[in-house]
Design a binder for this molecule. Structure first.
Ligand code: S3P
Length: 438
């Protein structure tokens, strides 16, 4: 066993969050920057890259396929693009660790290459559903082997050619949409995706930023295969999904006053702000500006009293990674909070409905899981021990819960916090959370 799997967080109760800080770079945008920079013609310069295990898994995969990449060095990465046809066969399987984004997006991108490649992941990723990408890719002509359960390892075989697809997505998933658009780059004719609800659109924005002709009409994105990417310069904003822990923490901890700098506020990602505001949070969006095609702002948050709400279902895809943190806000709110329409939470890095409900109950909160959400009664969070099940966002959510707990909270199995938020413990401690790791 990897000894780092034994990392626990110990968080003393109370405290408040103050000052000004910048959380690490956006994970979704970091993955895509490596993919598009590698396929581009010319040299792409990136700043603000997330030096977390997930984005590094994508970076290493492209190195294994022969791309020269310098860095990361304090968030700076230089990619010497090899062009659309320049990737080389990797000698070993590509191990993407815990990263669902790497596996699903790479699966599409690699389906149209002229070489065989195998994608493997850790035990959590190896249990996550991959048919949502392998089935439509098979319709395009791809040849991909998975386990009988439709999970990784995925063995991708070269095929003569891929055929464009007009795909009506059954699940609102940016990973599925992006996977198919990436495969579409290598397909004959047009590829279109139509999503049942808006999901993050970083792929579409970044393809356009690299000069690719991609058309968007409402829920539909369309491109034709055979084009090229031109290298560019990218400034990656801070990840709103990492800022989320601080937005909730500063809201629930009395006396807090915190500014989060240069946070990505892409409209497809701001469900956390919309939902917290509806619960009564005090969040100001300041200095809105553009960072290479992505909107960014500074977020100023002060503590406030929250009330329970029925979370609007149209906000679910816009806050899909933020529900662990939002459940902590709900536990601190007055009255009942109801989430529905969020069955996707059951197939994330852990079953986030069950694992969060178990943790909240262990800390004395009345939390009832439902097939597609949760019903939470606000109350007093007690001290206790919670198992994060190796899920980064669960670990960080229960850490901030201690701001309002009556006793110390211990969270086990926290090493995967490094997948999305390296430096979480020191940044949170600097802002006022009484946290240590052991
Ligand atoms: C992501 C999309 C989301 C999200 C994940 C990152 C992406 O997954 O949960 O953390 O970068 O495209 P789904 O598309 O499966 O909802």
């Amino acid at each position: 066993m990897n000894p780092s799997n034994t990392i626990s967080f110990n968080v003393k109760p109370g405290g408040k969050l103050q000052g000004s800080l910048r959380v690490p770079g956006d994970k979704s945008i970091s993955h895509r920057s490596i993919m598009f920079g590698s396929l581009a013609e010319g040299v792409t310069q990136i700043s603000g890259f997330l030096e977390g295990d997930d984005a590094l898994a994508t970076l290493n995969a492209f190195r294994q396929m022969g791309v020269r990449i310098e860095g990361p060095d304090s968030g700076r990465v230089t990619i010497y693009g090899v062009g659309m046809q320049g990737l080389k066969r990797a000698k070993e399987p590509l191990d993407v660790g815990n990263s669902g984004t790497s596996m699903r997006l790479l699966c599409g991108l690699l389906a149209g290459q002229g070489f065989k490649v195998t994608l493997v992941g850790d035990s959590s990723l190896s249990g996550r559903p991959m048919r949502r990408v392998t089935s439509p890719l098979a319709e395009m002509g791809a040849k991909i082997e998975a386990t009988e359960a439709g999970t990784a390892p995925l063995v991708i075989h070269p095929v003569d050619h891929l055929q464009g697809i007009d795909y009506l997505m059954p699940v609102a998933s940016a990973q599925v949409k992006s996977c198919l658009l990436l495969a579409g780059l290598y397909a004959k004719g047009q590829t279109s995706t139509t999503e049942p609800a808006p999901t993050r659109d970083h792929t579409e924005r970044m393809m356009a930023g690299f000069g690719y002709d991609i058309r968007r009409e409402g829920p539909r994105a369309t491109l034709s295969g055979g084009g090229r990417f031109t290298a560019c310069t990218l400034d990656i904003p801070a990840d709103i999904s990492s800022a989320a822990f601080f937005l909730v923490g500063a809201t629930i901890a009395e006396g807090s006053d915190l500014t989060l700098e240069h946070v990505g506020i892409n409209p497809t990602r701001i469900g956390i702000i919309n939902i917290l505001r509806e619960m009564g949070a005090d969040i100001e969006v300041l200095n809105e500006r553009d960072a290479g095609g992505e909107p960014v702002a500074d977020l100023h948050v002060r503590s406030s009293r929250l009330k329970g709400i029925k979370i609007p279902e149209d906000q679910v895809p816009l806050a899909i990674d933020e529900f662990p943190a939002l459940f902590i806000a709900a536990a601190c709110a007055e009255g009942e909070t109801v989430l529905s329409g969020a069955e996707e939470l059951r197939v994330k890095e852990s079953d986030r409905i069950q694992v969060m409900a178990d943790g909240l109950v262990a800390l004395g909160i009345d939390a009832q899981p439902t097939p597609d959400g949760m019903i939470i009664q606000g109350g007093q969070i007690q001290g206790g021990t919670v198992d994060s099940h190796g899920d980064h966002r669960i670990a960080m959510s229960f850490a901030i819960a201690a701001l309002r707990a009556s006793g110390e909270i211990t969270i086990t199995d926290c090493s995967n916090v490094n997948t999305s938020f390296p430096g979480f413990v020191s940044l949170a401690a600097g802002a006022g959370l009484n946290i240590s790791s052991s």
